[in-house]
Design a protein around this ligand. Sequence first.
Ligand SMILES: [Zn+2]
Length: 503
Amino acid sequence: MEERLQQHLRLIFIPFSCGLFAVATALPIWAAPPRITSINFPSRIETQATAYGEINYQDPDQDVSYAHIDVADGRYYRLTAEAPTMTSSQGQMYFRLNCTPYAQQLTLAITLFDLAGERSAPVEFTFTCGQPPLYDFDTEQAQTLPVSQKIPLNVFILDDGETALAEGATLREDALLDTPRAEVLQMVRENILPKLTGIWDQCAVGFELADVWVVRPEEVQVAGGNLADRLFQREDSSAVIHHGLEAGNLLRQATSTLLQAAQNQEPRSAQALNVLIVGARVLTMWEGRLTDIEGFSGSGWPNYTLVRWGTILEDVTPKQMISTLAHEIGHTLGLPHPDEEGPSDAVLDPVNLMKGSGVTPQPRVHILPSQCRMTERALTEIQVRAAATSSAAPINPPVTQSGTAAVHWLSLCPENLCSGKVSLSVETEGFPDLQSFSFALFEYSADGEHFVEIGVDRTYQDGFSALWDTTKLPSGTYTLRATVIDGRGVRTSVLAKVRVRNG
Ligand SMILES: [Zn+2]
């Protein structure tokens, strides 16, 4: 469920002192942004070969301090580039890059920053390493197929202090969700969404925007504190997400809170998939090791997809990031990696969207009809769940009734004292349509507010049940919740308070 990240290169150079003397004789021009006039770099290099490039620029106040290179397209690793040496004379910088060991087309974008924090407009340059194969991303985007279902997306940009996408957001006192600056909203609506649809139209699925928000993670309460403290850990000077079960639970709790706030502002959010974006400089660790995981997702309810956005530039949308987002949404819709449980024809497809980490230099784009069929159930379930959520009654009373439908506990912990693995089950009455479609969602909560999924049972014939493993939970009081939803969208929950004690 994870993708590898392309890294930024940050090239630093020191201006020659002769440039400073030249400035001393001229009138100072404050806060003048630099402007790149041209980039010279060979258009074709052999794989693994090194080439030198030249940036020509103008900067009236002569205070350019470094160049930032974003990966606009292609798979480019920090590891494959030596720390480039840069020198400068007035209006010129030089850089050195290594091509990757595999053939691909790369587009990099250079931005110059000056000492006053001003930056130039980004300028892209494209080159190929070796002889890349056919370029499927563009071909796929060019083929527009009819769409029969549009899924709304909630896009939450987490202001982790690292992502420039959160810069310039409009602060709203007391509100959990801030408004991003107009350019970011425009990028998501006019660039990301159409390109996601450009991939998913292979399954007749398209995407539309519920809304884009900037979120301050320190304001989002989760079990044990706030999201910033619980999700981001410091390793040296970097923020790190320890990818795993705990991060997944935190993200689901946070998403649940954000979704509630989003619904209050935009009712369509109730039917949306949730996309969380963090800056690419937030690192990921897996089992204690640093990884380049580019995104991951959880398909429980509420679902979430988290991606690390690998560029600071709103007018550059890396194809790799679109591909990763489309891939993670694929997981949310129930698609596995082909080499795990996927259909066999997808295993042979070199640029299949659902291929696992770091296997192809090209962005993955293909979705096969066999895979589209695998998403049908999830698409129906999302619609029904969303419809049920949006009309949900508050769940405070022990049994909530929806018409004549009711849910009762059948088996719970003896004397409400739970230990080890506990079999939970419920019985239902009065649901109009369990036959065509139904499921039960079992959850627990330590604080009565944030629920963690225990399991989903989709077969009603033998009653709905789930196995709750309490062995790793601290002793204490917990709230259990079982929610049943049927084919007509009738939704009813039952709660129970239990105590957990192990050992
Ligand atoms: Zn994956």
